[in-house]
Design a protein. Structure first.
Length: 57
């Protein structure tokens, strides 16, 4: 289950990307999460997924 608070979601996703997954698609596939929903929720607080860095910045 993903955190509902956007700031906690940012921290959770970036930590998982750094430590366990080589892409957002891999994370979403493993956690059965909706990629677009994550991107939309984090975009609302000013963060976008950077594929080269493999993190939200």
């Amino acid at each position: 289950m993903l955190p509902t608070d956007p700031v906690m979601l940012l921290s959770f996703v970036n930590t998982k990307l750094r430590d366990f997954y080589d892409s957002l698609d891999a994370l979403c596939g493993d956690l059965d999460a909706d990629r677009q929903e994550i991107m939309d929720r984090l975009q609302k607080i000013g963060y976008f997924y950077d594929e080269e860095r493999n993190q939200f910045v």
